[in-house]
Design a binder for this molecule. Structure first.
Ligand code: UT7
Length: 330
């Protein structure tokens, strides 16, 4: 057993934020060749939230962080590390974690971004666990925030109907309070990265005044992503259960990445968990990438579906490809 697994790493506070502006499937019908019927039957999504003009991923993260800190009963000044998951940062530089830090009035924390696409929150739990293992007095603020509507090609019906904006946040410590992070496992396969991309990096060397190409926006081979998502989310969930001597019967609630209801149902079937123990909120928020799992956790707690004493299994999959699973005992 590694040193980090011996430390009682706990998630002491949770927060989530979705922008006020809502785009329903019927709104989309007005400007892209799609129907509410297609979107709901193929994905389960009914609406998604969109950041207001001038509001960015860092603003959403800061809102979620304030709620997480309040939930933890902590002040911003107590935070030692701000780690932020996003694939839609405000800028390439400065990193979004520094922007969040400034918005919260934190100075002097270690602050950095990382990109594991939709797996960002679970990857972040793994990093936070490593930080508190190395430095038990650390108080880590993990934010996971996305401004995906800023990188959608609204003429591409195969992607623009799927994604939404939002943010989630957690405070992670080893001080004995909060939900116990029993274990977390993360994996990836970079060979498959081309199946789900968002441009805007230096791969495409734009010159001043150049128009952006299709590659600037989310591009995805949906069918292939679907297959890999089901296979890997189910497999890594089984792995994390097995290495802790648990079975799916020991899990009170599966909280999967909210990408597509058919993916969620297929993962649930493979794991053999009844549908009433699988949390779904994608009909309200769409696919919010890194924010998806923490938004779902906050929603499940608010709805009373996730309660103290329950063990939740988090499972996620995203661009990269990346995937992961975690066991959180509330
Ligand atoms: O967050 C992690 C990454 N993302 C995911 O996990 C997403 C994984 N993939 C999926 O969720 C699904 O593959 C999609 C929802 C993206 C697509 O569902 P699908 O059942 O795989 O549909 P498809 O791509 O096979 O398309 C079926 C048909 C096509 O028409 P034809 O070729 O059969 O005539 C598409 O052109 O549906 C058409 N179509 C649409 N029709 C109306 C695709 N998008 C739309 C649309 N409205 N928005």
């Amino acid at each position: 057993m590694t040193a980090s697994r011996d430390i009682a790493c706990r998630v002491r506070g949770f927060g989530a934020y979705t922008p006020v502006d809502v785009l329903t499937n019927f709104d989309l019908e007005k400007f892209v060749e799609t129907t509410d019927e297609w979107i709901t039957t193929r994905t389960g999504i009914r609406q998604r939230h969109r950041l207001a003009e001038g509001q960015n991923a860092s603003d959403a993260a800061a809102e979620a962080a304030r709620l997480a800190l309040a939930d933890a009963g902590m002040e911003p000044g107590e935070i030692t590390h701000v780690i932020n998951a996003t694939c839609t940062p405000d800028y390439l530089c400065p990193n979004t974690a520094c922007l969040v830090e400034a918005k919260l009035g934190i100075v002097g924390a270690m602050a950095f971004d990382f990109n594991a696409a939709c797996s960002g929150y679970v990857y972040g739990l793994s990093m936070a666990r490593a930080i508190v293992a190395a430095q038990p007095e650390a108080r880590v603020l993990l934010t996971a925030t996305e401004a995906l509507t800023r990188r959608l090609n609204w003429a591409d019906r195969t992607t623009c109907v799927l994604f939404g904006d939002g943010a989630g946040a957690s405070v992670i410590t080893a001080d004995g309070q909060g939900a116990l992070l029993e274990d977390v496992l993360c994996a990836s396969d970079g060979n498959l990265g081309g199946l789900l991309t968002i441009g805007g990096g230096t791969h495409t060397p734009y010159a001043k005044g150049d128009p952006v190409g299709d590659d600037f926006f989310v591009q995805m081979n949906g069918r292939d992503v679907f297959k890999h998502a089901v296979r890997n989310m189910a497999a890594i969930s089984q792995d994390v259960l097995a290495r802790n001597g648990l079975t799916i019967d020991d899990v009170a609630l599966l909280i999967p990445h909210q990408a597509n209801l058919r993916i969620i149902e297929a993962v649930g079937d493979r794991l053999g968990i009844p549908a009433d123990r699988v949390f779904v909120n994608l009909h309200e928020v769409g696919n919010t990438s890194a924010a998806s799992v923490p938004l779902a956790i906050a929603d499940a707690r608010a709805k009373g579906v996730l309660r103290p004493g329950m063990r939740a299994l988090l499972a996620t999959f995203g661009g990269g490809f990346t995937w992961g699973a975690a066991l959180l005992h509330f």
